[in-house]
Design a protein around this ligand. Structure first.
Ligand SMILES: *[C@@H]1O[C@H](CO)[C@@H](O)[C@H](O)[C@H]1NC(C)=O
Length: 218
């Protein structure tokens, strides 16, 4: 009994290492001549993991995504040949238990589901803000019916930003880094969000609250 239990645990552990997830298609030669296994190069990531590449290919409405080291590709067809799975032995820098290709090979996954930003999002804090002070790179200028974390995060997610920020109850910003961040006490960021459920806060008249965009499956 002890051996059986141990065996099962061992098997699960080994499987967990090598079967990245149920949407794993296989390991493919990354390119043949000039043709990449998947047609569209999407983006290089410094930290790579399937959950980072996936949303890009969901947005592009492609069937597959593929990772070779730091590079993310998308496509509807596979233009190369499959090789044994062990050849894809590169651990993903952003998630060690998954595989991100290897030497001249690409790990290919099926695109499934819809990835949305996590809300409530993890806060990076409250910072001084004014309409002329840029704390995050870009303001989302659209006619929001409701302002809250969900609305703002979705807008920033669509343009692949890492951060979003809410200010003045009704303003939404996106960016990849905090520019000129002068921290303020959390109590300056407790203005009710415009047209939102009571208790949802969107910064303050002179403050912006900034959040991490964390992709999650819907
Ligand atoms: C992405 O990274 C690869 C190396 O892994 C490099 O050859 C390529 O030029 C990079 N592409 C861009 C657009 O940065």
């Amino acid at each position: 009994m002890l051996y059986i239990t141990f065996g099962v645990i061992l098997l699960v552990a080994v499987e967990g290492v090598f079967v990245a997830n149920e949407n794993y298609v296989g390991c493919f030669v990354h390119r043949i001549n000039d043709q990449w296994a998947l047609k569209f190069f999407s983006q290089n990531f410094t930290k790579m993991a399937p959950y980072l590449c996936l949303p890009n290919c969901q947005v592009m409405d492609q069937k597959f995504f593929g990772i070779t080291k730091n590079q993310c590709f998308c496509g509807n067809e596979l233009h190369s040949i499959e090789v044994p799975r062990y050849r894809c032995n590169q651990r993903c820098s952003g998630k060690q238990e998954t595989r991100c290709g290897g030497l001249n090979v690409m790990s290919v996954y099926k695109v499934t589901g819809v990835t949305i930003p996590l809300v409530p999002a993890p806060s990076k804090g409250c910072f001084f803000w004014s309409p002329t002070e840029r704390v995050l790179h870009k303001e989302v200028k659209k006619n929001f019916q409701v302002m809250n974390q969900k609305e703002c995060a979705s807008s920033c997610f669509k343009i692949y930003r890492k951060l979003f920020g809410l200010a003045n109850g009704n303003r939404c910003y996106c960016g990849n880094q905090i520019l000129n961040g002068n921290p303020m006490a959390k109590r300056f960021c407790n203005q009710q969000c415009q047209n939102a459920e009571y208790g949802q806060t969107c910064g303050g008249p002179l403050a912006i609250e900034i959040f991490d965009l964390v992709p999650t499956e819907s």
